[in-house]
Design a protein around this ligand. Structure first.
Ligand SMILES: Nc1ncnc2c1ncn2[C@@H]1O[C@H](COP(=O)(O)OP(=O)(O)O)[C@@H](O)[C@H]1O
Ligand SMILES: [Mg+2]
Length: 140
């Protein structure tokens, strides 16, 4: 069976003004359709770095990965949410649409429906600090 995702010899170094950090030494693995895979490792071993590369947020220093699918849909729940503390969670959720000048009534209704779906409709006017970590992640 062909793998859905093939990761081959990915390495990641972060270069800062002070040092070069070897975050991922060399990882290769295959992920198959329907498989649930868990990456386990101590803090700082490079798990988030790999996920950032696979989701396209960051680039590998070397190596490559291949999704055996055209336009794969990738959902990535970030460890830290990037909600703006001075906006309510509803305003946060609408921000992307607003910037794109696409905050039409229809889209606003859709966003409200998503808040219902994720059981957050009672909290739409709350600020991020008034929510639990799990609730904030559901907003993201
Ligand atoms: N943007 C960055 N700049 C410099 N170093 C980073 C950066 N992101 C992560 N690192 C370093 O890379 C290593 C792996 O980090 P990370 O992938 O976040 O680990 P994990 O998610 O497994 O805890 C750590 O040593 C961390 O300090
Ligand atoms: Mg992490």
């Amino acid at each position: 069976m062909n793998s859905l995702l093939k990761i081959t010899n990915i390495k990641k170094n972060y270069v800062t003004d002070k040092e070069e950090i070897e975050a991922i030494k060399d990882i290769s693995l295959d992920v198959y359709q329907g498989e649930i895979l868990t990456l386990i490792g101590s803090s700082g071993c490079g798990k988030s770095s790999l996920l950032s590369i696979l989701s396209g947020i960051d680039q590998a220093s070397s190596g490559f990965y291949l999704f055996n699918k055209e336009n794969p849909k990738i959902g990535y729940m970030l460890q830290n949410d990037a909600l703006f503390p001075w906006l309510t969670i509803y305003q946060n959720a609408l921000l992307g649409l607003k910037i794109q000048k696409n905050d039409t009534n229809e889209n606003k209704e859709y966003v409200k429906k998503l808040f219902q779906k994720y059981k957050l409709e009672e909290f739409m006017d709350k600020y991020p600090h008034e929510l639990s970590g799990g609730m904030r992640q559901r907003v993201v």
